[in-house]
Write a protein that binds this ligand. Structure first.
Ligand code: BG6
Length: 490
């Protein structure tokens, strides 16, 4: 590897995200030699920290990854702390001066990466000042990385995007969707396009329905404050789930590169049916977890959690049916569901193939052939499986459902790069394939806003589900209406 040259500036350097994701990911790149001598990091936040205190924080965040103290300390020595008020123009002068010094000292070739690990209401003001205070010089590459949530509706996302676009071009903006950094998400495309047996069946003649499940067993934990303003629909469906859906649904890109993939994903999102408010209520359901007992453990209900209103109407579970009105997918429901405090953690895609119209074996035995299902496992283990029918060994004729499956072993996974690490390397390489683009985010909000508004206007009792279950009854009824069922029912 050739080492990368860059000055990183982190807004929100004292926060949880920086400690949990940014520092460890940068350290992983350091250990692999992607970052070596020619990088420096400026951490900023309101608090007054010294460099040496900052080093302690950075060291603590990487303690599980370090081999040797010298290596870790060498890494931490590239970090500088600058107390900063994002609204105060004068503070950017300090930032610029420090940046100039570090650029020269570490020979970063003028390349700059800005991480905005702060609340989105500050994104605009930061971007503006980077420009007005001449921190952006055009010397090397200049890229900005932003965390979700990208807006809270189409309108707020648009305002946010407009303010960023005054300073950065779309190619310079990297909107993180950390699911796009996960191994198996990327290999959805490999499974599909490298295997003619799947690619030739990837349409409404052969696929009956598609199911995407993002189940979490954790509850809201200490994030009640944020989650109360979000809910499952905005927290998971608008971004992660729709990203995965568009990768499954897109047409084959002319080339497997950013421009072509994004073009196809956007086309797929635009072909998705825009529901009316009535249709949104018919096709989407929500739920909130209530106290429950599982494996001898007691779980609180959502309304009893910290920082959650006792009469909260925030959904902790959302499920629904999307339709795509194009030639490939007409008539194929895309069922999605995501929630907290579900039975177990599991992110998976089930592609349910059509049944054979006639059963050749009807006179030979009573066994009904199972539907072929291709399952793509994303978490916690990665891999895929295919359910098929075979003949049960022995006398007579009986069908036996079998599962061909492949799972990566944990040793492989332990060594494979973490999502954020992969994404940061992409940023340094200027590859935006695995990031969310404005047109994708915009379309996703259009699809979600109508559901959100329909729910907000519905004052009937909040549907509930018991903690550690697979969601409210309505989530099962949703598929039953169509004569289908969830392929995954742990
Ligand atoms: C985040 C959501 O985007 O994704 C969280 O805000 C959720 O609510 C998390 O827990 C799930 O990510 P992962 O990688 O743990 O599956």
């Amino acid at each position: 590897t050739e080492q990368k040259q860059a000055l990183f500036t982190i807004f929100g350097a004292t926060g949880d995200l920086a400690k949990r994701k940014l520092y460890p990911s940068l350290f992983r790149l350091f250990k692999k030699g992607e970052l070596a001598d020619n990088f420096a990091v400026i951490g900023t936040a309101r608090r007054q920290w010294t460099d040496s205190f900052y080093h302690e924080v950075v060291l603590d965040s990487i303690k599980d990854l370090m081999h040797s103290k010298t290596e870790a300390e060498n890494f931490a020595s590239h970090f500088y702390y600058q107390s900063h008020d994002v609204n105060d123009a004068e503070h950017y002068v300090n930032l610029k001066n420090l940046g100039e010094r570090l650029k020269a000292q570490y020979k970063t070739a003028g390349n700059q990466v800005f991480f905005l690990a702060m609340a989105p209401q500050f994104f605009g003001v930061i971007a503006e000042h980077l420009k007005s205070e001449n921190i952006l010089t055009g010397e090397g590459f200049e890229r900005i990385v932003i965390e979700k949530p990208f807006g809270n509706s189409y309108a707020t996302a648009k305002t946010l995007n407009d303010s960023l676009s005054k300073v950065f071009t779309e190619e310079q903006i990297f909107r993180i969707d950390h699911y796009l950094g996960k191994e198996m998400i990327q290999s959805v495309s490999a499974v599909r396009f490298a295997n003619p047996i799947f690619e030739s069946l990837w349409n409404n003649r052969h696929i009956d329905n598609v199911q995407i499940t993002f189940a979490e067993f954790i509850g809201v934990e200490e994030r009640g404050g944020y989650y109360e303003t979000s809910g499952a629909l905005k927290d998971m469906i608008q971004n992660h789930v729709l990203q995965v859906l568009s990768l499954i649904a897109m047409e084959k890109p002319e080339k497997f590169d950013e421009a072509h993939i994004v073009k196809e994903k956007v086309k797929a999102l635009k072909a998705m049916r825009q529901y009316s408010s009535q249709e949104a209520l018919e096709n989407f359901i929500r739920g909130q977890y209530i106290a429950g007992k599982f494996d001898g453990e007691n779980y609180l209900g959502y309304r009893e959690e910290d920082s959650v209103a006792p009469d909260s109407r925030t959904e902790t579970f959302a499920a629904g049916k999307f339709l795509i009105d194009n030639e490939r997918w007409a008539g194929v429901p895309f069922y999605v569901r995501s929630g907290k405090r579900m039975t177990e953690k599991g992110t998976r895609i089930n592609i349910v193939f059509k049944k054979e119209a006639e059963n050749l074996f009807a006179d030979n035995c009573d066994d009904q052939p199972v539907q072929n299902v291709l399952t793509i496992y994303i978490q916690p283990t990665e891999g895929f499986s295919l359910s098929v029918n075979g003949k049960a060994a022995g006398q007579g004729f009986h069908l036996e459902p079998l599962r061909l499956s492949f799972r990566h072993d944990s040793e492989f996974l332990g060594n494979s790069p973490e999502a954020y690490e992969k994404l940061f390397l992409d940023v340094l390489n200027g590859d935006g394939t695995n990031f969310s683009h404005w047109e994708e985010a915009a379309r996703a909000w259009e699809l979600i806003d109508v559901i959100r508004e329909a729910w907000d206007g519905d004052t009937s009792d909040m549907p509930t589900y018991t903690a550690r279950s697979m969601g409210p009854q309505a989530a099962f009824d949703l598929l039953k209406k169509d004569g289908n069922e969830w392929a995954w029912q742990p």
